[in-house]
Ligand binder design. Structure first.
Ligand SMILES: [Zn+2]
Length: 271
């Protein structure tokens, strides 16, 4: 599943491609994604005016047009390809955006968990979803987190995975941030000391930024906009390393299931 840094990588790739171009036509080849793409989608896109840029909000890509927004979530397997005019459709191609220079941006999604929606008011879209702040933004800080976790006795790892607390950090990066903050994923959230909450927020931002710098990291294959593989394996210190030795204490990394998700951690370093 593309995590936040991968989505950021796709966003940057798309921005290189779409610079100063317009969407001339839209072809919908397969309507069924996580939600059905509505019939109005094509006309909305064509009438939306110039495509100014692509932004990222957590794990959503937001195509900013002069008159509206196309909000795209990549789900499990969504990816964008840039193709020439003579391109022949491939399996799982859902939507084709034909640009003013005849190049095509094609959305492909084999498992169809992605989504595409056109909205005129982007703020109401994100508000209606009861989303927490974007993890790299200023509003995600230690005093915010302390307030949010004050009445939560669930394990801190599960709380940080809750989209209403902070949006789209993802399992890999929550695990890595907790390791660096030396906080056990099993600790009740409301038992965190203020200085620990501060470290959790700080390292959450650090690991995401490092992964973005590395071009995104992941386990599975993923296509960057333009078609090349966008993933570079970053140096994960705990994630996926069950039974291997901790880089700081030489004792084995453990894996505990929390809310159905693998949670890798060092029981010696993380308290
Ligand atoms: Zn350790």
């Amino acid at each position: 599943m593309p995590e936040l840094p991968e989505v950021e990588t796709v966003k940057r790739g798309l921005n290189e491609i779409i610079k100063r171009k317009k969407i001339k036509d839209v072809k919908i080849h397969k309507r069924q994604l996580r939600y059905l793409i509505p019939k109005s989608f094509k006309n909305n896109m064509i009438n939306a005016g110039a495509l100014l840029e692509v932004e990222r909000r957590a794990k959503y890509l937001v195509f900013v047009f002069k008159h509206g927004y196309m909000i795209n979530h990549l789900g499990m397997t969504g990816n964008w390809k840039l193709k020439k005019n003579d391109y022949k459709l491939e399996k799982h191609d859902h939507v084709e955006l034909i640009m003013s220079d005849q190049q095509r941006l094609i959305y492909n999604d084999p498992r169809r968990f992605g989504s595409m929606i056109y909205e005129e008011d982007i703020d109401s879209f994100f508000k209606s979803k009861n989303h927490g702040p974007e993890p790299l933004g200023h509003s995600y800080n230690a005093s915010y987190l302390l307030k949010k976790i004050a009445n939560k006795s669930a394990p801190i790892k599960s709380v940080l995975m809750d989209q209403a607390v902070v949006l789209g950090v993802g399992n890999i990066y929550v695990s890595e941030a907790l390791f660096r903050a030396k906080v056990s994923p099993l600790r009740p959230a409301n038992a965190l000391k203020p200085e620990e909450a501060k470290l959790v927020v700080k390292y959450c931002k650090t690991v995401l930024k490092e992964a973005i710098k590395a071009g995104g990291s992941t386990i599975k294959d993923f296509k960057k906009a333009g078609g090349e593989s966008g993933y570079f394996q970053t140096r994960l210190k705990v994630y996926g390393r069950e039974g291997q030795l901790c880089i700081s204490c030489d004792l084995p990394i453990a894996n505990v299931k929390l809310a159905g998700r693998s949670s890798f951690w060092c029981p010696h370093c993380q308290k």
